[in-house]
Design a protein around this ligand. Structure first.
Ligand SMILES: [Fe+2]
Length: 384
């Protein structure tokens, strides 16, 4: 991992659009958590992230502690409050652990701030500089849905590990990852849940403020079971760096999984899941299962009908079934995907592990099977 622009996402190198925002890549995703020290251990031991840098009391920061976790091209930052007035403290009490910031690498943080705020974006952090002996980072941030930020980070004049104030670390838990690689490479997409009737507002926001365009949309005819439904539109940055599906609940006989999220997220929109891309879904999911990661169960009948629909795949079908991986095909190819159970006690944030073999979609053919599984979990929690 270098501190310059990252290049692990193959989509990054293929300009697809005309975005006025020059987003180089996703820089990092920051989560506010209740106990960053313990959370870092969990993400390292369960998901294969290396804990590579730290900021806290020992490094002179007296308001919060943050851990940088890295895997492939993915950077997660886990931040916990050290004082009651740090924003992470209130955030965690209201919403539990969750995503605070999906930050982008940019060439010019000031220009990104001016371009987005002049188009109606709401500023969260005015352009500022942070420096230490390794150089200067320029950054700014705007608000998106709920309490989530999009930061803009220009690290072109910074040679340090991550951000000023962070010191490199290599705790013993990283050894587990050197012995068995989980193979997660980069953030494929990040999904937001918003309130019923608000999806189109946020679609317009990504179009107008960020210069994104709509990549796909699904309505409740696509994504529903007998009981519950949702609607989803996928927004894509001009250069296709990352896709941002936005979901809203749709009326059904029983409660939508999106509504369950909102109920347990204090009514506030937020990030529902982060999807990490791997080149080898069989190895990645096998390793994650070995480490104790819990995934959603599929209905028993899933594999009885899937192969007729999906046809030939490169992977061993028996392995796919044994690991409980979902498969879907579109006109460009196929994908393998699997979803973790919520990664905290509230039914809010979860992760997806995805392998794309040509497919650029999101597993539409799996929605029904998946939602029946989700409803089963909702029913167990008394939330259906
Ligand atoms: Fe997804």
């Amino acid at each position: 991992m270098t501190t310059t622009a990252k290049t692990g996402n193959p989509d990054t190198d293929t300009p697809k659009g005309h975005g006025f925002l020059e987003l180089i890549d996703v820089d990092h995703v920051e989560l506010y958590v209740g106990n960053a020290k313990q959370a870092a251990y969990y993400y390292a031991a369960a998901f294969g992230f290396n804990i590579t840098a730290y900021k806290g009391l020992e490094t002179g920061c007296r308001t919060h502690a943050s851990y940088l976790l890295e895997q492939g091209n993915i950077r997660l930052v886990l931040t916990t409050a050290l004082t009651p007035d740090h924003p992470a403290c209130k955030h965690v009490s209201l919403y539990g652990d969750g995503v605070k910031d999906i930050a982008f690498c940019v060439k010019d943080a000031l220009a990104a701030y001016e371009a987005t705020t002049s188009r109606g974006g709401n500023g969260a952090m005015e352009p500022s500089e942070a420096e230490d002996r390794y150089g200067t980072i320029r950054q700014s941030a705007i608000h998106t849905y709920g309490e989530v930020w999009h930061s803009f980070v220009d690290r072109s004049e910074y040679k340090g590990k991550f951000f000023p104030g962070f010191e490199p670390i290599d705790p013993p838990v990283n050894r587990i990852n050197r012995e068995g690689d989980c193979g997660l490479r980069f953030l494929d997409h990040a999904v937001g849940n918003v309130e019923e009737g608000k999806m189109n507002e946020w679609v317009r926001w990504y179009e107008e403020v960020m210069g994104f365009s709509m990549f796909k949309h699904f309505d409740d005819a696509d994504i529903s079971t007998e009981y519950s439904a949702l609607m989803s539109k996928v927004m894509s940055s001009g250069r296709g760096i990352i896709k941002f599906p936005i979901n809203e609940p749709a009326p059904g006989k029983k409660k939508s999984q999106i509504q369950e999220y909102l109920d347990w997220h204090n009514g506030m929109p937020g990030v529902q899941h982060l999807a990490f891309r791997t080149d080898d879904g069989i190895n990645s999911v096998g390793e994650l299962r070995r480490r104790g990661v819990e995934f959603l169960h599929l209905p028993d009948t899933y594999y009885e009908i899937i192969w007729d629909r999906v046809g030939e795949i490169k992977e061993d079908r028996a392995k796919v079934k044994e690991l409980g991986i979902l498969v879907d095909r579109d006109d460009k190819g196929y994908l393998l995907q699997i979803f973790t159970k919520p990664i905290e006690d509230r039914p809010t944030l979860f992760f997806e592990i995805i392998t794309r073999r040509g497919s650029e979609s999101f597993g539409k053919g799996n929605f029904k099977a998946l939602f029946e599984s989700l409803e089963l979990e909702q029913e167990r929690r008394g939330n259906l």
